[in-house]
Design a protein around this ligand. Structure first.
Ligand code: FES
Ligand code: FES
Length: 155
């Protein structure tokens, strides 16, 4: 008997019907089953935030939730945020303020930056506190914070 469970998940504005194992993590569904490799895995302790996605408009670490728990939910990954030749404002802000070096952590920070804006954050202190769940191993955070503040000021 198969232990697969049928789910329908809206991923980047498209309903996707899947049969998945109950133990499958959302991050593995995105990366391995759906080839959405922009969502990264940077730790095995749910600390780094590289796997951050939006579920029903809220940032969630996709390594900390089972894919079956996302049945009938709406997920946005980094692939839905702008295109290489048509960057979104948040990507422009990171680009202009040198908010990345190797870029491994960047998808997670971009998703968190979008939530900062949704939550109407404005000060450096608020942004730094909100970034508690995202690690960057290269930049020292200064330019990431600068990028997000610049994004928050955009219309
Ligand atoms: S891979 Fe999810 S928090 Fe690090
Ligand atoms: S830019 Fe390299 S980990 Fe953040």
């Amino acid at each position: 008997m198969s232990d697969k469970i049928p789910v329908v998940i809206n991923i980047n504005n498209k309903d996707v019907t899947l049969n998945i194992e109950s133990r499958l993590l959302l991050v593995d569904l995105l990366r391995n089953n759906l080839e959405l490799k922009g969502t990264h895995i940077g730790c095995d302790t749910s600390q780094c935030g590289s796997c951050m996605v939006m579920i029903d408009g809220k940032c969630i670490k996709s390594c900390s939730i089972l894919a079956v728990q996302c049945n009938k939910k709406s997920i946005k990954t980094i692939e839905s945020i702008g295109k290489e030749n048509n960057l979104s404002n948040v990507q422009k802000a990171f680009n202009e303020n040198h908010g990345l070096q190797c870029g491994f952590c960047t998808p997670g920070f971009i998703m968190t930056a979008i939530e900062c804006k949704k939550n109407n954050l404005s000060t450096e202190e608020e942004v730094r506190e909100f970034l508690d769940g995202n690690f960057c191993r290269c930049t020292g955070y200064q330019n990431i914070v600068k990028s997000i503040i610049s994004f928050l000021k955009m219309p």
